[in-house]
Design a protein around this ligand. Structure first.
Ligand code: XIL
Length: 356
């Protein structure tokens, strides 16, 4: 009897070993049918097509990396160039991940858009940072110039200030605004420009498509920076939007940004299909089609603004498996052009149709 038990245990062990081996096999790069058909977003779009990427996926997931290489001509680092990563304490400067993203992009001839220098979601140490006005100004300037200077000539463009306006159109009372005064925004652009006069500098925010009040405040801010001669080159529309946002609102967001004469970046596009947080929603083909139509509309509208102002369209990550939406809003959602198996969705075709 004992011998049978032992044999059984050994068989189980062998089976387990075989299964884990199989698991490692699935991480080897595979070619999806789409990867060999010669079509890609980057070759279909007359402007740069990008995605936010995540360094750990680029490093560890060959299918993800292959998709970026095949489809993207621009990339934004989803988190690795934020101050909370680069300077998580006053003395801890950390560039390893940001450097990795930049070299990966250079190796594959992909443009890098830097995101983001000054944001209200700042590292906790700033809340207790002791310093008078001059010390704050020096620290602010040093941060911007260290980061922009490090990537001079390698990072094409920066979101210099991100999300500085409230929903009601007033200026957000971030730590920066409190310590540096309302005009910190203009100075951030000047400092970034000094560190890399060749970099294109953007003001980036969300809500242009769903709030007229916020849109007008954003436009007033960028127009005023522009008329004062502050070195601003572009406006970033995050466009975390939803499948049932009206075409009129989306067109207003894009066309009003273009009216500033600045470059326009649709900088963080994703189209939620579950904006009402329904925990049991499934992704039906009807939702997929409505989402595809929305992607098409956005791309078509963007494609119609003057060419010289088309900085590009960037989706916020690539696949439904790595979107921030599910984690941030704790709900199922499917906002991106690829599914979690790296396969093209109807949304992908919607983008191609919008480019026609
Ligand atoms: C998000 C990232 O996607 C998340 O991984 C992170 O936890 C929080 O930040 N607007 C922005 C982006 O400008 O930087 C945010 O990115 C999404 C909203």
């Amino acid at each position: 009897m004992k011998i049978y038990k032992r044999l059984f245990a050994v068989t189980l062990l062998l089976l387990f070993a075989a299964c884990s081996k199989e698991n490692t096999v699935t991480t080897i790069p595979y070619i999806t049918p789409e990867e060999s058909d010669g079509v890609s977003l980057k070759s279909s779009a007359p402007f740069p097509w990008g995605a936010a990427v995540n360094v750990s996926l680029i490093k560890s997931n060959a299918a993800y990396r292959a998709l970026v290489e095949k489809e993207m001509s621009s990339l934004t680092s989803e988190n690795e160039m934020k101050m909370s990563r680069i300077r998580s304490s006053q003395t801890a400067w950390y560039f390893t991940d940001a450097d990795y993203i930049v070299s990966f992009a250079q190796e594959h001839n992909i443009r890098v858009h830097g995101h983001t220098l000054i944001w209200h979601r700042s590292p906790a140490w700033l809340d207790t940072y002791q310093g008078d006005a001059a010390a704050w100004e020096a620290m602010f300037k040093e941060y911007i110039q260290t980061v922009v200077g490090r990537y001079k000539g390698k990072v094409t463009s920066w979101d210099v200030v991100n999300e500085a306006i409230n929903e009601d159109g007033t200026l957000r009372t971030s730590i920066w605004q409190q310590k540096l005064g309302n005009d910190y925004i203009a100075r951030a652009f000047q400092y970034a420009h000094e560190a890399d006069p060749g970099a294109l500098l953007f003001y980036n925010d969300y809500g242009n498509e769903y709030s007229t009040v916020k849109r007008e405040a954003i436009l007033a801010l960028v127009n005023s920076l522009k008329s004062r001669g502050i070195p601003i080159n572009g406006i970033g529309l995050q466009m975390h939007t939803r499948y049932n946002q009206s075409d009129v609102n989306l067109a207003n967001a894009i066309n009003s940004a273009a009216q500033t004469g600045l470059k326009v970046h649709i900088a963080e596009l994703d189209i939620a299909v579950n904006p009402d947080n329904n925990q049991s929603l499934t992704f039906t083909s009807s939702l997929a089609q409505q989402q595809a139509d929305k992607y098409k509309f956005i791309v078509k509208t963007y494609n119609a603004i003057p060419k010289a102002q088309q900085f590009g369209i960037t989706t916020w990550n690539l696949t439904d498996g790595d979107t921030w939406i599910t984690g941030e809003y704790k709900r199922p959602d499917w906002p991106l052009p690829f599914d979690s198996n790296y396969k093209r969705k109807a949304a992908y075709q919607g983008i191609l149709d919008g480019l026609k």
